[in-house]
Design a protein around this ligand. Structure first.
Ligand code: PMT
Length: 223
């Protein structure tokens, strides 16, 4: 990565999975390890940016030199991201945010009965779509984790959530997406597919993505 290329730029990255509580000892979550988002935060930092990382559940150690804000639920992540959004130049949303959360969060540990248990879930706020509505000059990058019709759903997310780029990973492929140290992606812009990045380490992928983001931001007049 060309160092210093993002000097003076403020970059916000989200990473990891959110945790949606059922009771004091149980929660719903997903397979995100945070590796992709942490690698992006580190790549942005190496390019000279001032980086804030909003992290959900993760197995990763925070990269030195990056400001880390730990959050649990989708609601917590929304609050943390909105707090800093207006000051940001680039926002990369690699977190796997829960789409649903339990309607009732029990204060005491739930007791089992002999009956079946039905959990009632409600939608969480879509953080990326909220940012898409609010953005002024921010360069907004979303991710799309898909298992089918990747191009179609990626372009749909880009338009609905008003993103400048969507990084789509086909998480049904071996070595791609959740957990693991590698990824393969297709990057889409408003005019369609920009580039396919083949299977490589998440660290290398992060550098390639941040390079592309820096080029597009400069072309959009943000540099
Ligand atoms: O963390 P790793 O183990 O390294 O795995 C990386 C990854 C697979 C998590 C990452 O590459 C990835 O694809 N992240 C996005 C996962 C996801 O939730 O995708 P989605 O297609 O459901 O959501 C689309 C976009 O909307 C994402 O940018 C997501 O952050 C955002 N979103 C979704 C729901 C919600 N309530 N708020 C959001 O902001």
């Amino acid at each position: 990565a060309e160092s210093g290329r993002l000097k003076g730029k403020r970059v916000l990255v989200t990473a990891g999975g959110t945790m949606e509580r059922l009771d004091p000892v149980r929660f719903l979550t997903n397979d995100s390890s945070g590796k992709m988002g942490f690698a992006i935060a580190e790549a942005a930092m190496r390019m000279g940016a001032d980086v804030t990382l909003v992290a959900g559940r993760t197995t990763e150690q925070p990269p030195a030199g990056v400001r880390v804000i730990h959050v649990a639920s989708a609601a917590d992540m929304l609050e943390a991201v909105m707090k800093d959004f207006d000051e940001m130049d680039i926002v990369v949303k690699s977190a796997a945010v829960a789409d649903y959360r339990p309607v009732i969060v029990h204060e005491q540990k739930m007791k089992k009965t002999g009956e079946r248990l039905v959990l009632e879930l409600e939608r969480t706020t879509d953080i990326l779509a909220t940012l898409g509505e609010r953005k002024t000059r921010q360069f907004l990058v979303g991710f799309a984790a898909e298992t089918q019709q990747v191009a179609h759903y990626a372009m749909d997310k880009l338009r609905r959530k008003n993103c400048d780029l969507i990084v789509a990973n086909d998480v049904s492929q071996e070595g791609v997406g959740f957990n693991g140290d590698t990824n393969a992606v297709e990057v889409y812009g408003p005019d369609g597919l920009i580039v396919s990045l083949p299977l490589m380490s998440k660290r290398e992928m992060a550098s390639r993505l941040m390079e592309l983001i820096a080029v597009r931001l400069a072309a959009a007049g943000g540099n």
